[in-house]
Design a protein around this ligand. Structure first.
Ligand SMILES: Nc1ncnc2c1ncn2[C@@H]1O[C@H](COP(=O)(O)OP(=O)(O)OP(=O)(O)O)[C@@H](O)[C@H]1O
Ligand SMILES: [Mg+2]
Length: 243
């Protein structure tokens, strides 16, 4: 067993609020990990900490065994970590094609400086087709459904050529058919490209078939881990969700 990503004893406070409390868990190479917890339990905060949006008060983040706790976000992205946002964050004034282009930073800069349409555009086209956005390249975010906005989030994450993607509520607000499509896409990425995922989802029906293992947190603390079927019958987990 090789650990791809490790969260070691991470504490994060916002003023008097302890959002993450000595939290530890890991993601193994080749696995899809579910991250569960009630509202406000710290799921998005640990994603933010893994990406380097802010430093933890204590604890470490390791990627492929290397301590990345103090690295800037762009460096972590370059190493192969990407994420999607719970509330989609498209660039509002540009087409989704250009939004994905921005996620691929350096070729984008070349194009801006030279004004040339490079072979790079073919890469962006392929990513957008891959996530199911064919025929919508020139659309703006306000013209898209929530399902398509979540696809754009995924496209931007995939554009950074990641090894692992942190998915924050990727199924929220989607129809059953859209959930099935995203589920299929994630499975394909895993099988064909060996991508790992950490999946946060309140939709347990969508989460259950996708994950190999689940970690549950409450008040920023680790409370349980195991296969999904075992976790949903765990007394501590039931207590956290239903009080
Ligand atoms: N930037 C911030 N400043 C202050 N408090 C914050 C900040 N980010 C998160 N919090 C607080 O930290 C706690 C954990 O929030 P977080 O968003 O990580 O929870 P979550 O598990 O993602 O919840 P949800 O399921 O509702 O998305 C909450 O009490 C939240 O209000
Ligand atoms: Mg959240």
């Amino acid at each position: 067993m090789t650990k791809l990503l490790e969260v070691q004893g991470v504490t994060k406070k916002f003023g008097g609020l302890v959002a993450l409390n000595d939290l530890s868990f890991y993601v193994e190479e080749g696995e899809v990990l579910g991250l569960m917890g009630p509202n406000g339990s710290g799921k998005t905060t640990i994603f933010n900490t893994i990406m380097g949006d802010f430093p933890p008060d204590s604890g470490r983040i390791l990627f492929k065994g290397e301590d990345i706790t103090k690295l800037p976000t762009y460096h972590r992205v370059r190493m192969g970590i990407a994420r999607t946002y719970q509330v989609p964050r498209p660039l509002k004034e540009v087409t989704i094609f250009d939004d994905v282009r921005v996620s691929t930073v350096s070729p984008s800069i070349i194009r801006c400086l030279t004004g040339k349409v490079t072979a790079h555009d073919a890469v962006i086209k392929k990513i957008l087709e891959d996530v199911g956005l064919s025929g919508r390249f020139s659309m703006y975010p306000h013209e898209l459904t929530m399902g398509d906005l979540r696809r754009v989030e995924l496209a931007k994450a995939l554009a950074t050529n990641p090894r692992i993607v942190l998915l924050d509520e990727i199924f929220a607000g989607l129809t059953v058919a859209e959930i099935e499509e995203i589920d299929k896409l994630l499975r394909r990425k895993r099988e064909q490209e060996g991508l790992d995922f950490v999946v946060v989802s309140h939709d347990l029906k969508a989460l259950a078939p996708l994950v190999d293992r689940v970690v549950v947190i409450d008040f920023g603390q680790f409370i349980a881990e195991g296969p999904f079927d075992q976790i949903v019958n765990d007394e501590k987990v039931k207590e956290a969700y239903f009080g």
